[in-house]
Design a protein around this ligand. Sequence first.
Ligand SMILES: Cc1cc2nc3c(=O)[nH]c(=O)nc-3n(C[C@H](O)[C@H](O)[C@H](O)COP(=O)(O)OP(=O)(O)OC[C@H]3O[C@@H](n4cnc5c(N)ncnc54)[C@H](O)[C@@H]3O)c2cc1C
Length: 345
Amino acid sequence: MSIQTEVVIVGAGPCGLFQVFELGLLGIKAHILDSLPVPGGQCAELYPEKPIYDIPALPSVGAQELVDRLLEQIRPFGAEMHFGHEVTAVRRRDDGRFNVHTAGGLEFDAGAVIIAGGVGSFQPRRLGVEGAEHFEGSQIAYRVRSAAEYHGKRLVIFGGGDSALDWTLALAERASSLALVHRRAEFRAAPASVAKMQQLVAAGRMRLLEGTAQSLIIENAALAGVRVKDNAGATHELPAERLLAFFGLAPKLGPIAEWGLELEKRALKVDTEKFQTSVPGIFAVGDINTYPGKKKLILSGFHEAALAAFAVQAHLYPGKRQFLQYTTTSPVMHQRLGVADPPPQ
Ligand SMILES: Cc1cc2nc3c(=O)[nH]c(=O)nc-3n(C[C@H](O)[C@H](O)[C@H](O)COP(=O)(O)OP(=O)(O)OC[C@H]3O[C@@H](n4cnc5c(N)ncnc54)[C@H](O)[C@@H]3O)c2cc1C
């Protein structure tokens, strides 16, 4: 059964989150979806610990802290959030409303759609060896769903960042054997984790190899190991029932490119009054859009979200008069925000 809503927001990065706020101030309800399991887009996924210095009035704010603050700011509007749901299709119906579908089978009936898809949905970078796709989701994985799956197994981990090192440390004692393969001697992970891993290697509890995956060893249609080419050109056969690869996430514009919207250099063309795409009723804010002078900055996306909210209101309720109200003084906005009216001065 499809979920009825005024607006569906595709993407819960900083701009999608702030879009909930701007719509909420105007009394418009939204559902927000993201293919990632958590909100925050690039801020949460790519640089959560880094400080950002160009958010107005916040001289320095950690990227994850910015996401947390946005979540707190939008809480009064009770937007329903759906994480781990990639939006695969958006179709305009003859009555002007939209059918929105996700890969996981959710279905929405929305009056308007706002795409805040950033640089696309994040997908793990995959192990680039022939035949890997047959074992993905069974013996080859790009994230750990349950650590217990690896207990007592021969395991090879690929990567040199925090995820690769954290899981190496967590599983070294639990796997029946463990090898870490990284393409170079320098690691991007926290130095303390690298030091602990090197202690395990020195104690003979795991193996470390500098090199790259070359091919899979397959026996009786099951994965039995992996061949790794080291940086001197020698090939090593590592027996393994499980491979974990942590090569980071790469954005993929993905399904958005197939919704019939006008694109320019992999971004959605919008006007700068409404931030509407080439299809009336579908808007785009944040890194996903393009227009003359576009700058891919969070504060630009915030401005776009404010204007898009007014445009969405006009689209949903064409006859309605629009007022610019201040959050400082508007009783109706105070009601929507759930704050008491300040006493008159
Ligand atoms: C290292 C780094 C440092 C940065 N520093 C700054 C800075 O100092 N100041 C600044 O202003 N900007 C900075 N930026 C840029 C800033 O992070 C982006 O401008 C901002 O994240 C854009 O927000 P967004 O909401 O438009 O998109 P994103 O943050 O990219 O979020 C988009 C979300 O949409 C989701 N999505 C996409 N397609 C789908 C789909 N089909 N279905 C469901 N979900 C989907 C994605 O999974 C993602 O979570 C930095 C970027 C990087 C990488």
